[in-house]
Design a protein around this ligand. Structure first.
Ligand code: A3P
Length: 319
């Protein structure tokens, strides 16, 4: 596909014509690429990422579906990995939104350049992606780099996604689909980076096959016990907390720094701009478990549960 792109002088329009396409519930085009609904604007970056990315064994990648807790896990990972560089009270997180500290492969690095120079980054390099495990470059999946995947209750994720895009797309002409129709598309797997069941299963199976390479986390578990989650993440990335760090309360300080209340109330996250008309504050809405109950019916929840039971039953994943 990259050759096709290159043959056509970078004209991804021509490649797009060969793919099935859909408009998502808030009016943005997506194309079905290697079995996943890829927002069309990320097609080129995905292809370049697949072809050109050169992993280092020390790389750490945060993977997630959008609205599953990406911002939070970026903050946690950044703090854990860089704790020897920055004391907590001088953390860049105090003045910088987590999305500016950990960039996405498809939305930033390979979006701005076909072959970005990633060699000058601090080590270990931290990246993020919403792409499914199945479409990651072989170079990455065959390397020793680590992947942290965060899963979130799909109903909460769906509502979080909806609220985010209703807030950040107010000025477009497209009338967003009503929640019932958007939910129907979601249940059919027609949503950005979906189908969700394939996305989750890809990382889940990889975590079973290579537990030292892929860590499968749940938003709800991190929320209930951020300290144990920070310990788990630090061990997984090969940077366990020392006894001395534990004694002086560093783990608690990191979890406090990255907590919803703290992050939401930092000036940079109250007033800063993420990109275009998207404000940093849009990434900090409620941060609760179970908010879906205020927006979706029990019947909708049951429909989704049935899909999950059907798709996940064989692999031992209880969600
Ligand atoms: P809600 O819309 O339910 O509040 P993402 O970072 O993947 O875009 O996900 C955004 C969701 O994570 C939003 O959920 C947001 O409030 C929540 N979130 C952001 N930072 C958080 C934090 N530090 N702790 C818990 N949840 C957080």
């Amino acid at each position: 596909a990259v050759e096709l792109l290159e043959d056509k002088n970078g004209d991804e329009e021509s490649l797009l014509q060969t793919l099935e396409q859909q408009i998502n519930w808030y009016g943005r085009p997506m194309c079905l690429f290697q079995g996943f609904w890829c927002p069309s604007f990320t097609l080129r970056s995905l292809l370049c990422f697949q072809k050109k990315f050169k992993p280092h064994d020390t790389d750490i990648v945060l993977a997630s579906l959008p609205k599953a807790g990406t911002t939070w896990l970026k903050a946690l990972l950044f703090s854990i990995v860089n704790r020897h560089r920055f004391p907590i009270d001088q953390s860049p997180l105090l003045t910088t939104n987590p999305h500016r500290l950990v960039f996405s492969f498809e939305c930033v690095h390979f979006r701005h350049e076909d072959n970005p120079n990633l060699e000058n980054m601090n080590h270990p390099r931290l990246f993020s992606t919403h792409l499914a495990h199945q479409v990651l470059p072989n170079s990455l999946t065959n390397s020793k780099s680590k992947i942290v995947y965060v899963h979130r209750n799909l109903l909460d994720r769906f509502i979080s996604d909806r609220k985010f895009f209703l807030k950040t797309n107010q000025e477009t002409d497209f009338e967003p689909l009503p929640v019932e129709e958007a939910f129907d598309m979601f249940c059919k797997g027609i949503h950005s980076f979906g189908p969700f069941w394939e996305h989750i299963l890809g990382y889940w199976k990889a975590s079973l096959e290579n537990p030292d390479r892929v860590l499968f986390l749940k938003y709800e578990d991190v929320k209930r016990d951020p300290i144990s989650s920070a310990v788990k993440i630090a061990e997984f990335v090969g940077m366990p907390f020392s006894e001395e760090e534990e004694k002086r309360g560093l783990i608690g300080e990191i979890s406090e720094l990255c907590s919803f209340e703290k992050m939401k109330n930092l000036e940079v996250n109250k007033s800063g701009i993420h990109r275009g008309s998207i404000e940093n504050s849009s990434f900090f809405r409620k941060g609760e478990i179970g908010d879906w109950k205020n927006h979706l019916s029990p019947e909708m929840a049951e429909r989704l549960q049935q899909i999950m039971d059907e798709k996940m039953s064989e692999c031992g994943l209880m969600l």
